[in-house]
Design a protein around this ligand. Structure first.
Ligand SMILES: Cc1cc2nc3c(=O)[nH]c(=O)nc-3n(C[C@H](O)[C@H](O)[C@H](O)COP(=O)(O)O)c2cc1C
Length: 294
């Protein structure tokens, strides 16, 4: 998630859960190809397994960026076909690509040819009036002809005119049934359902009908839910975690980043969700920041 799931948040998330797959923010092909790629692609080795999400619409550029991502050591490359922001619309990528199934297939084929790691697609269930089951299925099946079977589906459509990106994450209704139906029709696809998942109980229910779930906002706002994921979702005999233990582990990381010149707020802001719902949340935050040697 742009400006949320940065490398600093991902390092923190990895202290809470070892098994979940983490995703980068969307990085556009332009950003990678017209700058020093490390500016956008550097991450901490502790983040593995971590997937790089790319935004773009040129098969050649996406293939090149997928290869660069693979060389950086990412575990998966994901193509964004779900973002409705104006900037992305003006570049004709993100969710606009749902109307360009053949082009997406070309992009995915080019990416797959360029790398050995898995390539996945994140999409929605429709766009504007193109919100029928047939439209969605045609998009997925056209792209899947490339051999790409791993789908992350934000279970609501996008509306390009009149809704902000934030509204596009809340106003169009969620429709999990469409995602469940896709899994029924294509049991060989690896389907991850995304949208509106608040906690692990809800995730476990959805997992009866899909292969995985992607948790976005709730993982950021209330990251403590991740602390039980290894045990409750992956069945591991994970040790019991304690919030202060997690913070103790984050402090040396934060200090290293500070020495590299990263501003303190950039490093600490992602931890704030840990205090969500606690009575003295503000006091805890101040205490945390003062613990980090500035
Ligand atoms: C601030 C913000 C930034 C986001 N940036 C991205 C992004 O870069 N790529 C992407 O695929 N989805 C992005 N999303 C959408 C989420 O990945 C997710 O699809 C959406 O929020 C619905 O899932 P949720 O209800 O679990 O949050 C973003 C969401 C938020 C709140």
């Amino acid at each position: 998630m742009l400006e949320l799931t940065t490398r600093h948040f991902r390092y923190f998330a990895r202290l809470l859960t070892k098994r979940t797959l983490l995703y980068t923010e969307m990085v556009t092909t332009g950003a990678i190809l017209h700058n020093k790629p490390e500016k956008f692609l550097e991450y901490n080795k502790e983040e593995h397994p971590v997937a790089l999400q790319l935004g773009g619409n040129s098969p050649k550029d996406l293939a090149e960026c997928a290869k660069i991502g693979e060389d950086f050591g990412y575990d998966e490359i994901n193509l964004n076909c779900g973002c409705p922001s104006e900037r992305v619309q003006s570049g004709s990528f993100g969710v606009c690509l749902m109307r360009e199934a053949n082009l997406v297939a070309e992009c995915v084929a080019a990416m797959q040819n360029a790398v050995k790691i898995p390539v996945s697609v994140k999409t929605r269930i429709g766009i504007d009036r193109d919100d029928s089951w047939d439209f969605f299925l045609n998009f997925v099946e056209t792209v899947a002809e490339t051999g790409c079977k791993h789908w992350i589906i934000h279970a609501r459509k996008a509306m390009l005119k009149g809704l902000s990106p934030k509204e596009n994450r809340a106003v169009p209704p969620l429709n999990y049934e469409t995602v469940f139906k896709l899994k029924q029709i294509h049991p060989d696809f690896k389907i991850s359902l995304n949208g509106g998942i608040r906690d692990l109980n809800q995730a476990k229910n959805i997992l009866q009908k899909t292969d995985s779930v992607m948790i976005g906002s709730a993982a950021y706002r209330t990251p403590w839910i991740l602390a039980n994921a290894d045990c409750e979702i992956f069945g591991e005999n994970a040790e019991i975690k304690d919030k202060s233990e997690i913070l103790e582990k984050y402090i040396p990381y934060a200090e290293t980043q500070l020495k590299k010149g990263v501003p303190p707020t950039i490093i600490t802001k992602h931890l704030m969700g840990l205090f969500h719902g606690m009575p003295d949340a503000k006091k805890h935050r101040v205490a945390l920041i003062s613990r980090i040697k500035l």
